[in-house]
Design a protein around this ligand. Sequence first.
Ligand code: C2E
Ligand code: CA
Ligand code: CA
Ligand code: CA
Length: 279
Amino acid sequence: AKERGKNTFQFYTAELNVRAIERLKLEYALRRALAQDEFELWYQPKVSLATGAPVGAEALLRWRHPELGMVSPAQFIPIAEESALIGAIGEWVLATACRDTRRWVAEGLFAGRMAVNLSGRQLKLGGLVDTVRAALADSGLESDYLELEVTESVAMDDADGGQVGMLDELRALGVQLSIDDFGTGYSSLAYLKRLPVQVLKIDRSFIADLSHDKDDAAITTAIVSIAKSLGLAVVAEGVEEVAQRDFLAALGCDAAQGYLFGKPMPAAHFEAYLAAQRR
Ligand code: C2E
Ligand code: CA
Ligand code: CA
Ligand code: CA
């Protein structure tokens, strides 16, 4: 048993080392990705449920790795967050989204809002308000074209007392704030009322089985009702089926995003999509 314990320990240590090395490699690769322009922003439309017209879009980060191909943000954002690289990556995302959006606005293609995701670590790093201000100023984009999405847990986490203040400062710039993945975290409704947010985004996990699962339908109905009574707009994410769209439209949900309306697409494709929608 002793022998076995030892082996288990050695195995465990080796596994930890492998993971640490993998992490260092990934961190190094992320640094290189920034320096060598391997990141891309893809754009996914949000449409009005009343009219079907585009009301904005969400910018989603992609990493085109020279050997691995496209790497999902779900795989590398957590590593970037642990290493403070998220600061530099977040700056690149904000600058790129503002620049692309400004161009589409100038060409008469884009109206509504471009949403950019912020991670919790990014809010805690400091300097975020200046970064957003600079991205707007450098691109010439007016602030009411920009929306920032923060997850429920991030928005509610006010342990250091600074978070709400920072959201207030961002709001004062004229950008819109939305709560992402709503319904998956713990929120106090009293607290929600105090946050300077304008939009709730219903998490995809509730939308997936909307047409078959009574609980998901009840939760979605409740979220739309909460949003309405607080005077907030509500957007559903991950809409893939007509039945989901119809259910949400009947509830009075304002807008939706999902494969039914358009997948995330590279900037050039999104521009073509916008041009086609105008006709
Ligand atoms: P999220 O903010 O909840 O983004 C929505 C995710 O759902 C995206 O995954 C999108 O491609 C996917 N999606 C949209 N419609 C559908 C649908 O109809 N069906 C299905 N199955 N999926 C759909 P993606 O692009 O892989 O991004 C994953 C997560 O990575 C995002 O979740 C967000 O948390 C994070 N992320 C993406 N870009 C950024 C970024 O620039 N900064 C930060 N901090 N996080 C980002
Ligand atoms: Ca989001
Ligand atoms: Ca989301
Ligand atoms: Ca989500």
